[in-house]
Design a protein around this ligand. Structure first.
Ligand SMILES: [Zn+2]
Length: 387
């Protein structure tokens, strides 16, 4: 009997330890060399479906809807319906925190993020977005601040980080008030620092338009910062997310230790906040073109994990095939077959519905069931061999 009790205690303690450490029984050979995380900000199931109707001859599907793994993640923060800061913090650090918070737990303590883990493995890291590069989603992969609005502090933390490629908008977060870089508006910084010069001193190449980005010779450039607007990038985005992702992949993939790339279609959310269905569909479709490029990269480099998801849904977007009398704000669109469909919205804010997660490549099988957004961090951390 005593043996049985000891055996039971041993088993119980093993279960407890296993539960506290890694989610998956990963071996070194399970680790993908590269990880690409693509986030469509505000992109729920219906944003994907509406873009499919508007842009594709059905039964064609978006690239992201054709990836082999299709599941959902739950997005709530500690405050209920999440904002981008808390959800990006969940992706980047594996914890639930309060809205507006970047990279800190509920006690305000900094949490190690995927960029910091990747750098411990001597990997390259890139952040790409169509919003400001110091905006909530990219910020959470580097910064630790109490409020997402501290964008000049986030810019400072970006400039002090080891990130290798930064592409997006938001030049004015990097410039002092008395300077107006390549755009008309002066900078936002209260200090006198020009952080673009800080990047240049760290051997970064600086570009600020599509032509300059296209001319970047990825065989020679290892560190690149591109700021293509003073704030968020103008629509239509120039350069578009696909080109920015392509350049980032070309530079990052030179590292034999692999890379981590976060690429965000950041303005799907902005269009949905305005209940602008046409813009939300267009931004979703352009995000999918970048996903197509990433998929080709994974096909050519099967040692790569690609995850495509969203931080939350925005707008409570709804699609109907018939005009419903009660939906006063429904707008009619014509699909590629020439049939009408109607888009309506339930809010100008975020909703708490689960969002799609699609994945392919090495380790994608760990996303085969519905989970919290923190699971994205946990899987990558475990595959990389951190406990
Ligand atoms: Zn968001």
């Amino acid at each position: 009997m005593r043996h049985l009790i000891i055996l039971f205690l041993l088993f119980f303690s093993f279960v407890c330890v296993a539960d506290q450490s890694s989610l998956i029984n990963s071996k070194a050979s399970d680790a993908p060399l590269n990880v690409i995380l693509m986030i469509g900000d505000g992109m729920g199931r219906v944003q994907r479906d509406a873009a499919t109707r508007f842009y594709l001859h059905q039964p064609a599907k978006l690239v992201m809807d054709r990836l082999p793994i299709q599941t959902q993640i739950k997005t709530d923060s500690l405050d209920g319906v999440t904002d981008s800061a808390a959800s990006a913090t969940a992706f980047a650090t594996g914890i639930k925190t309060h809205n507006h918070v970047i990279g800190l737990d509920k006690e305000g303590k900094p949490r190690k993020n995927l960029t910091e883990l990747a750098k411990e493995k001597f990997m390259s890291v890139g952040l790409v977005t169509t919003t400001q590069i110091a905006h909530a989603t990219p910020a959470a992969f580097v910064a630790h601040v109490k409020h997402r609005k501290q964008m000049t502090t986030i810019a400072e933390q970006l400039s002090a980080s080891d990130v290798d490629v930064l592409l997006g908008g938001g030049e004015n977060d990097f410039l002092p008030k008395r300077e107006s870089g390549r755009y008309e508006k002066p900078g936002h910084r209260n200090d006198a620092r020009n952080l673009i010069n800080t990047f240049k001193q760290k051997s970064f190449v600086y570009v600020s338009n599509k032509v300059e980005l296209e001319k970047v010779d990825e065989t020679k450039v290892n560190k690149l910062i591109g700021l293509f607007a003073d704030k968020g990038m103008d629509v239509p985005h120039s350069p578009n997310l696909k080109l920015m992702t392509e350049k980032a992949l070309a530079i990052l993939s030179k590292n034999k230790n692999g890379f981590f790339l976060m690429a965000e279609g950041g303005q799907i959310d902005w269009a949905a906040h305005q209940n602008n269905a046409k813009q939300a569909m267009e931004n979703t479709y352009h995000f999918d073109l970048a996903v197509g490029l990433a998929r080709t990269f994974v096909e050519d480099n099967p040692n790569t994990l690609l995850i495509v998801t969203a931080d939350h849904e925005t707008g409570g977007m709804r699609v109907d095939e018939d005009e419903i009398e009660t939906l006063k704000n429904a707008v009619e669109f014509i699909d590629k077959q020439g049939k009408s469909f109607y888009v309506s919205w339930s809010t100008k804010g975020h909703t708490g519905v689960p969002v799609p997660l699609s994945a392919m490549g090495k380790g994608a099988e760990y996303f085969s069931s519905v989970n919290d957004n923190t699971h994205v961090f946990s899987v990558i951390r475990d595959l990389w061999g951190f406990k």
